[in-house]
Structures are given as C-alpha cells and as structure tokens.
Design a protein around this ligand. Sequence first.
Ligand code: PMP
Length: 305
Amino acid sequence: MEKSEKIWMDGKLVPWNKANIHVMTHTLHYGLGVFEGIRCYNSMENGPSIFRLQEHVDRLFQSAVILGIDVPFSNKEIHDAIIQVVLENKLEECYIRPIVFLGDNKMGLNPKGVDVRCAIAAWPWGTYLGEDGLNKGIRVRVSSFTRHHVNISMTKAKACGYYINSILAKAEAYRDGYDEAVLLDPSGYVSEGSGENIFIYSKGKLHTPTLSSSNLDGITRDAVIQICKELDIGIEERNITRDELYIAEEVFLSGTAAEITPVREIDSRIIGKGMKGPITDKIQQTFFKIARGNKSKFSKWLTPI
Ligand code: PMP
C-alpha cells in the first residue's frame, strides 16, 4: 500500500503514521461502523476530480441512518473534508476511504454513549482486479457462501462487519485459483460480487439483479444503468439464476475499486468468447471517458478539487 502524507481524523489532519486508534475501539470488537470507497481521476480539463462524490457522501450518511449511528459531522463537512484530504496529499488519482466508527470509551453491545468517530484516508491505488483483468477479463467462482439475508444484515448499508462475508467468499475464490467470487442471495438468485455489482448481457440486452437481492446499491451500478440509456442499450433489473451466468454472452462486474471488469470464465465455463465482449468494452470505454472528464454530458458526476 502506497502511503500518503496525511489522514483526516475527527476534524483534523494528522500524519499517516499518527492516525492510530486504541485497541479497545468498539468497532474493532463488534464491527459496527460504516465506510465508503471513492475514486478520484485525473480529468483532462479540470485536473483531479472526484467521481460522484455527493452520492458517496449521501450513501455514507444513509448507511449511518440504517445502523443508527449519529455522525458528529454534517454531510457538507465530510464532503469538504474529502476534498481537503486529496488536496493536502497532492494526489492526482487516488482511492478515498471515509470511515465512521465507534470509539473506545465504552464496551458492551449497547452502542448508546459510545463516541462516534470519523476518519478519511486517500492514497494511490491502481486497478483492483489488475490491468489484465480490465482488458482481458477475470475468472470467477460462484461462492459456497450465501449473501446476507436482508433482515439479518441490512445490505443497503455499507457496513464494516458485513465484509466478513465478502472476505470469506474472496479468500475461498483465491484459494481455488479464481480472481473473484460471485455470491447468491438466500433465495438462490445471483446477488453480487464480493465488492462489486454484476451485469450479464444476453438476448440483446443487459440484465442485473434487482436491489432486493441482498446487494449494495452500487454507485457504479447506477452509472452503468445511465450509460446504457445514453448508448441505447436495453437494461432490465430482475432475478437472475446461476445457470443464466453460465450461458450469458457477456458478464462484467461494476464497482468503485473494480471499475468495469469483464468476466471471462465462471466455474470453469467460458463466458462468450472468453474475452472482454463488445458491449462490455463499449460501456467500459464510456465509463472511463466520463471519469476522465471526456464526456461533457456527465460532467456533473465529477467534482474538481
Ligand atoms: N457491492 C459491494 C458488496 C461492495 O462492497 C461494492 C463496493 N462499494 C459494490 C457492490 C459496488 O458499489 P460502488 O459501485 O458504489 O462502489
């Protein structure tokens, strides 16, 4: 991990190596905390620009509402602090990680009275699933782990503890020689990747699981849906079964870290021609054009810093 200079902690910038917490931090023990993953791209005309910043800040606050966490800063304060972190670290392209967590003044499962704390880090982070993955596609396995039931974990929150499920799935996929895992929801329908939403292309249009499939309401997922409208590609949100993945013409994953990553193989079945498909390529190219400021119609998605 390439460190940057400063991290914003509870309202102040502190050196990276001093941004520490106590071992009795509540979130470390019980996992109740919320976070975001955001990317800043170097856009052609305006320099470093944060992709869909307001949507990410809004989701952070929504995650906190879902889990009953009272964030001690306003939406605007967090929004502005994120810009400040990128600026102060003189970063051009980076990944940004705001986290809201419970402090170390009280133990026990009742979170009432525990201090709520916030930190924002930003550092250079290249492609999540590899440059080769972006160009040629990755190999995926359907996980033996099921995604959260919606009334066990409220999956519209991006919550720290929920990622145990993602980590188990990802580690299993890696152990078995795959690059990523796709999880099914408790009804057996396709839900999402360990940290990405999923799309398939078949019978002349794109399909993606509805937001009732135990998945996160991905901001890149929404970008893909809007890009499809722009490119005149049909898109349907519906229940998708595991076997539909195997016979799809194209499959890709979407996420802030993974961006638009084609899938070339699932559970030893070759998808389409075993490479990035033409529809995925079109959507990926448009996505990067927008992120790097080359499509003025979508410039509202970029916040120049
Ligand atoms: N699902 C999960 C479980 C994730 O962690 C992520 C990454 N935030 C996504 C989907 C994709 O969401 P986004 O496009 O907002 O990054």
